[in-house]
Design a protein around this ligand. Sequence first.
Ligand SMILES: C[S@@+](CC[C@H](N)C(=O)[O-])C[C@H]1O[C@@H](n2cnc3c(N)ncnc32)[C@H](O)[C@@H]1O
Length: 159
Amino acid sequence: MSRLDSFIRRLSAQRDILNGVADEVRALDGPVLELGLGNGRTFDHLRELFPDRRIVAFDRAANAYGPSMPTADNLVLGEIKETAKTFVGANASLAHADIGTGYEDKDAITLTWLPEIMAGVLGAGGLAVSGLPLEHPALQPLPLPSTVKDGRYFIYRRK
Ligand SMILES: C[S@@+](CC[C@H](N)C(=O)[O-])C[C@H]1O[C@@H](n2cnc3c(N)ncnc32)[C@H](O)[C@@H]1O
């Protein structure tokens, strides 16, 4: 598969999953966290899905397209491994992490801390949506929408 096809499938998986969990997230209290703001496309989609919800975005640098830039109070800059620690206990309803690189060695390092962060920021019943698999005793894997191939993206519910 070309990298273009793979990119398209990753983004459609992201959109289909976020659309699929939206009702469940709306039924929960708590902020939505976007780990890896990037260009802000997913952040913009989250704003459409959850217009009344606080959405906090994290990245090491502010590179989002202008209209998709979060307000300063909803943008946390720095290494997520450190910055997201301040949101542990925030009882988030949804945490989405799109910070995989496609490099196995780099992603393996991310996976030494990401599952603990994701489990820590969510409230009970909150949803973790991730491009990298999260192994954590408090995160229960959930089935993917039928449009998403196994292993392309991952959904978990915080126990
Ligand atoms: C694939 S992009 C996210 C794309 C985003 N979903 C969008 O709609 O544009 C990943 C982003 O995560 C950020 N990132 C990756 N690992 C990070 C880390 N450990 N700490 C802070 N930012 C990180 C990168 O700087 C990059 O902007």
